[in-house]
Write a protein that binds this ligand. Structure first.
Ligand SMILES: Nc1ncnc2c1ncn2[C@@H]1O[C@H](COP(=O)(O)OP(=O)(O)OP(=O)(O)O)[C@@H](O)[C@H]1O
Ligand SMILES: [Mg+2]
Length: 252
C-alpha cells in the first residue's frame, strides 16, 4: 500500500535516513521502532510531504508520490499525527472533528464503515461523522468542551480522533501512547485494533514495546537512519541486532 525505496534524507552532515526501503501492507498494524534519533519522525515527514527526500522514492498504491505537498498526500487518503499534541486549542472537540471531516476523502472508508448514506446536507454529514467518532473514542460527553481545557492525555487521543475524521485509508501515528496513563493506553490500543479490523491500515511509531509487540502485525526497526530489521513481533523480539541496538537498552 505504502512503499518506500531507498529513501534518504540528510540534515547537513547527518544522514537522518539512509536508503531505507520497506512496505506497509494493507489492513495491517505496522510498527516503526528504533532508539531516539533513529529517523522515525523523519520517515513520517518524508512520506507525508512535510520534508523532501535527498534520494529515493515514495509509492502509494503503486503510484509515485515523491515530492507531493502534504495537502495532496492527505487527499490521497494518508493521515498523520505529530509527536506533539496538535489540535485547534480554542475550538470544542466537536468543532475540531467537523473541521477535520471537511477535509475528508469523499469516498473514504470511514463513511462506509459508519454506514453513512451520501447526504445532500454536507454540514449535517460532517456533524454525524464528528458524533460517531466522539462516541467511538468515548468522548461524547466532551463534545462541547474546548480542546485546550482537556488533560494532556485526552488531547493526545483527540489528535488521533481528528486524524481519523479525515477518513484516511492509512493512519500514521507518531508516538500516540506517549503521555497517556495506563487506562488510556489500553483504550486507545483497543480503538486502533478496531480500526484495523474495519480495513484501515496503521503505521505506528511507538516506544512502548509491550503495546507494539501486542498490536503489530509487522515491525520495522531503524537505527541511526538505517533499516536494522523487519519482521513479525516474534521475529523482532529475538533479533540479535534489535536486542543489541534497542530492546537491550530500553526494555531490559
Ligand atoms: N529539521 C531537522 N534539522 C536538523 N536535524 C534534524 C531535523 N529533524 C531531525 N533531525 C535529526 O535527524 C535525526 C533523526 O531525527 P528523528 O526526529 O527522525 O528521530 P526519531 O527516531 O523520531 O527520534 P525520537 O524517538 O526521539 O522521536 C536526529 O539526529 C535529529 O536530531
Ligand atoms: Mg520522533
Amino acid at each position: 500500500m505504502l512503499r518506500v525505496h531507498e529513501l534518504t534524507r540528510r540534515f547537513g552532515r547527518l544522514t537522518a535516513l539512509d536508503a531505507v526501503s520497506f512496505e506497509v501492507a494493507e489492513a495491517t498494524i505496522h510498527g516503526l521502532i528504533g532508539p531516539n534519533g533513529s529517523g522515525k519522525t523523519t520517515f513520517f515527514n518524508l512520506a507525508t510531504g512535510f520534508l523532501a527526500p535527498n534520494g529515493g522514492r515514495v509509492f502509494w498504491e503503486g503510484g509515485d508520490i515523491t515530492g507531493l505537498p502534504p495537502h495532496a498526500i492527505s487527499r490521497l487518503g494518508i493521515a498523520r499525527t505529530f509527536q506533539n499534541t496538535s489540535n485547534f486549542a480554542n475550538l470544542t472537540l466537536r468543532e475540531n472533528l467537523v473541521m477535520a471531516a471537511r477535509n475528508r476523502v469523499r469516498t473514504g472508508a470511514l463513511a462506509r464503515m459508519l454506514h453513512l448514506r451520501p447526504a445532500r446536507d454536507e454540514e449535517a454529514e460532517h456533524g454525524r461523522i464528528a458524533e460517531a467518532i466522539l462516541e467511538r473514542f468515548g468522548m461524547a460527553g466532551l463534545a462541547d468542551t474546548v480542546a485546550a481545557d482537556l488533560p494532556g492525555g485526552t488531547q493526545k487521543i483527540l489528535g488521533v480522533a481528528i486524524a481519523l475524521a479525515t477518513a484516511p485509508r492509512l493512519l500514521m501515528l507518531d508516538e500516540p501512547l506517549a503521555g497517556l496513563n495506563p487506562a488510556e493506553k489500553v483504550q486507545l490500543m483497543e480503538i486502533l485494533r478496531g480500526i484495523r479490523e474495519e480495513g484501515l491500515t496503521l503505521l505506528l511509531i511507538e516506544h512502548d514495546m509491550k503495546a507494539i509487540m501486542q498490536a503489530c502485525d509487522r515491525i520495522t526497526v531503524l537505527s541511526y537512519g538505517t533499516l536494522l530489521a523487519e519482521g513479525t513481533p516474534a521475529e523482532i523480539s529475538r533479533d540479535p541486532a534489535t536486542i543489541k541496538a534497542y530492546l537491550g537498552t530500553e526494555a531490559a
